[in-house]
Design a protein. Structure first.
Length: 219
């Protein structure tokens, strides 16, 4: 399993969100793993290969991240890192979870936190991360959007892989709309990459990290 912090992205010399390990509280809430007293493993993979994993423990007002990291040639350091949670009411009922950035002096309410060189998770403002989409070409943008749709459809990552089936519980109308959008993005990406292969070298491999959580009860 790769160490925390491998896999970095740069945009004009600036690190990007797409090249960093990230945790999305919205995905955690949808997966139902924020219930107090439970614990789960959070994994990252790239091109279908696992690269890193951490453990997490849910409490009423916080999520404690349990992982190890090292800087340079130093020793591994065990981390038991609490990230506060805040819940807000939704307009149509229910409530939404947020992270409160745990970096000293921040406390921003955010949906995503990132692992950076300091060895802690914090918001993109604290790490001064640019969005990966800033400055990307039309082919990269189309590939990224197709990849997001494949993730939502629970298909195998990578537009070169075969398409999958309709996920259980998804309406046919939604499935047909998403597959049509996916095919459009794939067409744009393939067209741009063919041009690149003919006149400007081979197309680049898709980049980015895919993550998922596995929950278990601590009881």
């Amino acid at each position: 399993m790769g160490g925390m912090g491998s896999g970095r992205g740069y945009q004009g010399g600036k690190r990007t969100t797409g090249g960093c390990y990230q945790i999305d509280v919205r995905k955690l809430q949808r997966a139902g793993v924020l219930t107090a007293g439970g614990s789960f493993a959070w994994h990252w993979s790239r091109n279908g290969e696992p690269v890193a994993t951490i453990q997490a423990r849910a409490e009423e007002d916080r999520l404690t991240l349990i992982y190890s990291h090292k800087r340079g040639g130093g020793d591994w350091q065990a981390m038991d890192y609490p990230v506060r949670l805040e819940w807000t009411a939704c307009t149509l009922g229910g409530r939404r979870a947020w992270f409160l950035c745990p970096a000293n002096g921040c406390g921003r309410r955010v949906a995503l936190i990132y692992w950076g060189g300091a060895g802690i998770f914090a918001c993109r403002h604290c790490y001064r991360l640019a969005y990966a989409c800033q400055g990307e070409g039309a082919d990269d943008r189309a590939m990224r959007r197709a990849g997001k749709i494949r993730e939502r459809l629970c298909w195998q990552a990578g537009i070169a892989n075969p398409d999958g089936c309709k996920p259980k519980g998804m309406h046919w109308r939604t499935f047909e709309r998403l597959t049509a959008e996916h095919d459009t993005f794939v067409g744009v990406s393939a067209g741009r990459n063919r041009q690149a292969a003919c006149g400007h070298g081979l197309p680049r491999e898709p980049r980015g990290l895919i993550c998922f959580a596995k929950w278990r009860s601590s009881g």
